[in-house]
Ligand binder design. Structure first.
Ligand code: BES
Ligand code: ZN
Ligand code: ZN
Length: 462
């Protein structure tokens, strides 16, 4: 099988036999919309070689267009059909990155499934292969990290408890020089005062952990802390979720998956930036030892939170991790990613994460990295006027106002733990785009691995 990138203007069939070139030209001239990114036209040639030609639209020919083309092509190939992709001479390196990312991401399969992943052999023919080596490496590492994040989110919650999640990442770190991973168990969390993580994990038969993954290259001048919400299953706790609302809650660790996967990927690419990824891991379960609505807990920074709804658990664990980063790690920038609120989807729909920051430059660079990576964010405000929504009569704050603007107020809650690093912080509520109900472009049905790609792009320029 031969797939030819075609934008309707430059079919790019360099090196192909002349009769094929003529057939392709004829097909293109009669095609409805040959240029739309990911649009595929098949040309069957039963008695000849290649036996089938796919013409794939690459839109404007930018990275995103080529990514869409790669994802569309890989869906049309059977594992026993080797795929050859022939590129024209003037294809930019970014196009190859897009194409390769699309092929790998669109071809994702859960690696722990009984059938395991499909293996498809893809050959990309280019002139001057050496000019594309770095692009291919970037695509390969980015896709591998995204696969890891998707695998972690897919894993059933009976397997994926906090200790299991931490152990996976410790094992991944051990295979890469320069990475270290430490795991705090409940006794140590108690000794150091991580009251939010302990409260949220208190109802579970599988106790909480705090995973700290560190990439520390000698050449780094900046230190970035990435915090990811790692709720391995969110029942809502005693403020129990509805049947429908609970169905997908194994994905409530997708923020943690993205930050650890991106850090492993950054180490693979040897990016010259120091990274500490923090994943507070807990199962928000229901039992006699679960924390209650109305409990007052003491967070890592010594302030208190009245836990008015046990389903607002993510902010409690994130608050501890953020306060720890500010007090102990003193980074240049702190980002957190979390499947934090259902309100993210209410405000922005299924494909767009909510971005919050007091820092315009930071917000801009994150949104730009997301756009380049193919992941959308939209910035929402952090209005001072809503702060009073969090006022509590018996603690420094309460955890779950119900006066609207749920995603915004959750961000305001987190902002209270940043201390003097408040204007070096960004929060991304990625509940909505963390999961997709059907295959779409480079996303495969199920967890998307959202954030991994954005973080890796952003870290490459941080
Ligand atoms: N994990 C949920 C948020 C969520 C909902 C993620 C849907 C993905 C899809 C979170 O812990 C939660 O339940 N948040 C509450 C907060 C409320 C109690 C203040 C919510 O969004 O309703
Ligand atoms: Zn919840
Ligand atoms: Zn949650």
């Amino acid at each position: 099988m031969l797939a030819v990138g075609a934008d309707g203007r430059s079919p790019g069939v360099g090196g192909a036999p002349t009769d094929l070139e003529a057939e392709v030209a004829a097909l293109l001239s009669s095609a409805d919309d040959p240029g739309r990114p990911g649009a595929v036209q098949a040309l069957p040639r039963p008695t000849r070689q290649p036996a089938k030609v796919l013409l794939v639209g690459v839109g404007a020919g930018d990275e995103a267009g080529w990514r869409a083309a790669g994802a569309a092509v890989i869906r049309m190939v059977r594992p026993d059909e080797p795929l050859q992709i022939q590129l024209g001479e003037d294809v930019p390196a970014a196009a190859l990155r897009g194409l390769a990312e699309g092929l790998w991401l669109g071809g994702y399969r859960f690696r722990d499934a009984p059938k395991g992943p499909r293996s498809i052999e893809v050959t990309v023919a280019v002139t001057a292969a050496e000019t594309y080596e770095r692009s291919l490496e970037l695509a390969r590492v980015t896709a591998a990290a995204t696969w890891l994040a998707r695998d972690l989110a897919t894993m059933p919650p009976s397997v994926k408890n906090p200790a299991w999640f931490a152990a996976q990442i410790v094992a991944e770190a051990a295979t890469r020089p320069g990475l270290t991973a430490t795991v705090r168990e409940p006794e140590q969390l108690a000794a150091e005062g991580f009251g939010g993580i302990l409260a949220v994990g208190a109802g579970s038969a599988t106790p909480p952990r705090l995973l700290e993954l560190s990439w520390r290259p000698a050449t780094a001048s900046r230190h970035v802390v990435l915090v990811g919400k790692g709720i391995t299953f969110d029942t809502g706790g005693i403020s129990i979720k509805s049947r429908e609302g609970m169905k997908l809650m194994k994905k409530d660790m997708s923020g943690a998956a993205a930050v650890v996967a991106a850090t492993l990927g950054a180490a693979d690419l040897r990016l010259p930036v120091r990274i500490t990824a923090l994943a507070p891991l807990a199962e928000n379960a229901i039992s006699g030892s679960a924390y209650r609505p109305g409990d007052v807990i003491t967070q890592y920074d010594g302030t208190t939170t009245e836990t008015t709804n046990s389903d607002a658990e993510g902010r409690l664990v994130l608050a501890d991790a953020l306060a720890y980063a500010v007090a102990e790690l003193r980074p240049d920038v702190v980002l957190d990613l979390a499947t934090l609120t259902g309100a993210n989807a209410v405000a922005l729909g299924k494909r767009t994460a909510a971005l919050y920051s007091h820092n315009d430059e930071l917000a801009g660079s994150l949104a730009a990295a997301g756009a380049a990576a193919g992941e959308q964010m939209w910035r929402l405000p952090l209005p001072d006027e809503y702060r009073e929504y969090l006022d509590s009569d018996i603690a420094d704050r309460h955890s779950s106002p119900s006066r609207g603007a749920g995603s915004v107020v959750a961000a305001l809650f987190l902002s209270q733990f940043l201390g003097d690093l408040l204007d070096r912080w960004a929060h991304i509520d990625m509940s909505a785009p963390s999961w997709i109900e059907q295959d779409d472009g480079d996303l495969t049905k199920g967890p998307t691995g959202w954030g991994t790609r954005t973080l890796m792009r952003w870290l490459a320029t941080a």
